[in-house]
Write a protein that binds this ligand. Sequence first.
Ligand code: HEM
Length: 316
Amino acid sequence: MAPDKQEDEQQGENVPYGAAAGEEEEERGVRPSDLSELLKEGTKESHEKAENTKFVKDFLKGRIKRELFKLATAALYYTYSALEEELDRNKDHPAITPLYFPQELHRAEALKKDVLYFFGENWEDDIQCSEATKAYVERIHHLGQHRPELLVAHAYTRYMGDLSGGQILKKVAQRALHLPSSGEGVQFYMFDNVTNAQQFKQLYRARLNTLDLDSEAKEGIVEEANRAFRFNMEVFDELDKIGATIPDEPQGDGLPLHDGKGDVRKCPYYAAKQAATGAAGCPYHAALALASRPEIKAVLAAIAAAIAATIAWYLM
Ligand code: HEM
């Protein structure tokens, strides 16, 4: 048994992961043949490609439409439901047990809250599993039933990535979509049971290195991790294509940015209302936005003409 695994077990189940990770780190002399290193090195190119997909780059710049973010959340919901269903099923498998952290990592319940927030009570009828997500989900189920040890690659690709960029992505989404600061809609990014993501990743890497695998099995996991990256990129590309068909959304839930004088987001009434409900609220900007719509303009013109005619008749 590897020393760090032994140490974990001696610590017992209730020892916070931070303590275990700290001690593991002290002894950590990572070898190139360790699975954590093989994964990091072996997926470097895929990671770079994923970072450079248009969807991810746009997202990081805050260029994300609400409708697209909703679809991305639904895709994640299907993906994590499949992954966690298979991890649960295989939690006693020797390759899965050391990496099984339902309390700390599992995301399906958080994503359920997010889809409920975005799609409402009937979310189950209103969301669909896209083609690219379906292929990803089918692969996960196939592995869960036939090659559970390869689930390690999928868990690594998603959870390590989520722990690395979650906080930034959460803030970007909240700002771009004017989501409430209380966390509705971005539960996915919030790991309430992980107080120190860096330490937790350290523990996860140490656990990866305790798995009793020969070099061929490790290579298989790295190959599968690259496949997991590809599945993610296919979902991103699909989302990107869908995004191109979604008309530009007025920022701030229905109000054009530059109605009235200056930026509507600087209106304190609007900002406060946005923070509280996510809805547009300033009556001044709302009236201006309404008045700029062509059909409303026509009605206003007709009313003005009628008033002018009445005044002219009265004065005659
Ligand atoms: C622009 C987008 C992204 C940025 C800026 C980014 C950035 C980073 C950074 C800085 C780390 C290192 C964290 C550390 O060592 O503590 C990391 C790790 C990681 N990221 Fe990303 N990432 C992005 C997208 C993705 C995507 C789309 C995925 C997969 C779907 C992903 C999966 C991972 C994984 C698996 C790791 C762990 C690597 C390891 O230490 O073994 N990342 N990322």
